[in-house]
Design a protein around this ligand. Structure first.
Ligand SMILES: Cc1ncc(COP(=O)(O)O)c(C=O)c1O
Length: 354
């Protein structure tokens, strides 16, 4: 199956617990067929900046549907999520007096903040009290920026508390690259998960993970998106997202809306992984996010044990900022229960916990 849960590694077919195709949509025939038709209609490239002739009907439709999905006024697509963070910080820098950033934020956020002309401080990972303390120590409007779901360990940002910390005149910027399509009852991300309205927020994200396509977006109020369109170099000076990928992303988004059981299947598999790991003595927390990371002194054994049980786990460990070595894996909506049993057996053998 193209982009299915199995992969060929050194000639063996293994069930992969890697990557970010969380809902299996990168190989969905409807997404692939729609992209193929769009390739025939539009060719391979937008061939221009979105502010000249590059923003085509597929972009407009994708942006409208993304804004509706996220429950915000407006959205603009970009050719990468990395650029979306650059664009968001570029335009918001004029509206804030200082920035507060989670200590473990994604590198694209760190790079985006390097272009800021305002003071930048880091608060302790997911610590809203620390963010509040820093916000109160300075006069003026704070811009607080964080991942919604952290790529390395799958932790969820406490967005309700962060929104409170930033105050009434501040703005919260949340990168939902790993949150869109994965968390919240309908897969609408961290604000749906937290049960709060995305007010005073700017949301960035990607179409390349749960939505199986490519590209990024900036979403929020109309004035924010107008500012990105009119002033962001990251937006204005990049060739627009390839139209076939915009069509793929929009098709995937429609599937997420029309088939809510897909997000439900992902959540069921996340819970199956927690349960299977717990049965072999491995604690994985209990978060609804399809990213798992555990401290693993014997991380190097994981690859070999995985292969022995027919599963592929990334053959490397993450040097995490505030933890030692981690073994990290991801789960998808289309993993079968037996795949998860094999995963747990591999981890049990590799980590020797029972
Ligand atoms: C949290 C986060 N933000 C942004 C990006 C960058 O997105 P893209 O790959 O579309 O540039 C990534 C990784 O892909 C990510 O994990």
């Amino acid at each position: 199956m193209p982009a299915g849960p199995t992969t060929l590694v050194d000639g063996s077919e293994l069930v992969a617990f890697t990557g970010t195709n969380y809902l299996g949509l990168a190989g969905d025939s409807r997404v692939v067929d729609a992209a193929r038709d769009a390739l025939a209609a539009f060719g391979t490239s937008a061939s221009a900046s979105p502010v000249t002739t590059g923003r085509l009907a597929p972009h407009v439709a994708l942006e409208r549907d993304t804004a509706a999905f996220l429950g915000v006024e407006a959205c603009l697509s970009l050719p990468a999520g990395f650029l979306a963070n650059l664009a968001a910080v570029e335009v918001l820098d004029d509206r804030v007096d200082h920035w507060l950033c989670d200590a473990n934020a994604h590198p694209s956020i760190a790079v985006a903040l390097r272009q800021s002309r305002k003071p930048v401080e880091h608060f302790r990972h997911r610590d809203a009290d620390d963010a509040r303390r820093l916000a109160r120590a300075r006069d003026g409007r704070a811009g607080l920026i964080t991942d919604g779901v952290f790529a390395v360990d799958g932790a969820i940002a406490p967005v309700a508390d962060l929104l409170d910390a930033v105050g009434d005149d501040g703005i919260l910027v949340v990168d939902e690259a790993h949150a869109i399509g994965t968390i919240g009852p309908e897969g609408r991300g961290v604000f749906e998960h937290a049960g709060i309205d995305p007010v005073r927020t700017c949301r960035t994200g990607v179409y390349s993970k749960a939505l199986g396509a490519h590209g990024g977006y900036v979403a929020g109020d109309r004035a924010l998106c107008d500012a990105v369109r009119d002033h962001s170099h990251a937006y204005r000076a990049s060739t627009a997202l390839a139209p076939a990928l915009a069509v793929a992303a929009r098709t995937a988004l429609a599937i997420v809306v029309d088939e809510p059981d897909r997000v439900e299947r992902l959540r069921t598999n996340v819970m199956r992984v927690h349960a299977a790991c717990s049965r072999v003595g491995i604690g994985t927390g209990g978060s609804p996010v399809p990213i798992f990371a555990i401290d693993a002194p014997r991380a190097e054994a994981v690859d070999a044990c995985g292969r022995a049980h027919g599963v592929f786990l990334a053959p490397f460990v993450y040097p995490a900022a505030d933890r030692g070595e981690l073994v990290r894996w991801t789960v998808r909506a289309d993993h079968r229960p037996e795949h998860i049993a094999w995963l747990a057996a591999a981890l049990r053998d590799a980590l020797g916990r029972v």
